[in-house]
Design a protein around this ligand. Structure first.
Ligand code: MN
Length: 129
């Protein structure tokens, strides 16, 4: 079972993402803010983090930067969750350090396809290194 942490303050998105990941057989841990999410990541060392951009307190970009700057955590794949539909948003997020990007509202197949692809990629990389 693959451990995935979702950091998301919107209860509907949290519920749907959790449902989809459970349906794919993953273990899901939840955080509704970045501060608690980072603490959870440090203790649980998940394979994947789904990180909302707009959060109360620390935002998702700051949280991702802290995670990627920590040598114990920087290998963890981080996917941005954002409702912002601006055209260059995806490019900006990927350049800032996210491994992937999922727009909200979630489309079930796109969501699970992205998670599957990211997990396969991280397994391949960890097998090499
Ligand atoms: Mn949010």
């Amino acid at each position: 079972m693959t451990k995935i942490i979702i950091i998301e303050d919107n209860p509907i998105n949290m519920k749907l993402a959790t449902f989809l990941l459970h349906s794919a057989g993953h273990e899901v841990l939840q955080a509704t803010n970045a501060e608690y999410g980072l603490a959870l990541i440090r203790t649980e060392l998940p394979a994947l983090v789904l990180l909302d951009i707009q959060l109360p307190g620390m935002d998702g970009i700051k949280a991702m930067r802290l995670l990627k700057a920590d040598s114990a955590l920087s290998h963890i794949t981080v996917i941005a969750l954002t409702a912002n539909a601006m055209k260059d948003d995806k490019e900006t997020l990927l350049k800032s350090g996210f491994d992937g990007y999922l727009p909200k509202p979630f489309h079930h197949q796109e969501f699970l396809g992205m998670v599957k692809g990211m997990l396969e990629k991280s397994y391949t990389l960890s097998a090499i290194t």
